[in-house]
Design a protein around this ligand. Structure first.
Ligand SMILES: [Zn+2]
Length: 91
């Protein structure tokens, strides 16, 4: 038995370690695309940020995700992050 250890990841903005499921994952796919990955299942180079306005704003303004992923964020990803947690569509 025994519980599995919760995977922790660091938010790019506030540098806090949080459970992976509580963070927004943005992934740079092997095909070069960049997307928000709510399920955490897309393979590629991922970066994490808290779904709270202060952190989202900081990563967008400071281009922290762009730097972490080694690629400029596409406008649709920036928009999606700018909407924050409350705007996340159920798709
Ligand atoms: Zn944060």
């Amino acid at each position: 038995m025994g519980r599995r250890k919760t995977p922790m990841r660091k938010c790019l903005a506030c540098q806090e370690m949080k459970p992976k499921k509580d963070l927004v994952r943005v992934v740079h796919r092997p095909d070069g695309g960049v997307q928000v990955d709510p399920g955490g299942k897309v393979s590629g180079r991922g970066a994490y940020v808290c779904p709270r306005p202060a952190c989202l704003e900081k990563v967008l303004k400071g281009k922290l995700l762009d730097r972490a992923l080694g690629r400029e964020l596409p406008p649709e990803v920036r928009e999606r992050l700018a909407l924050g947690a409350e705007g996340s569509p159920r798709d």
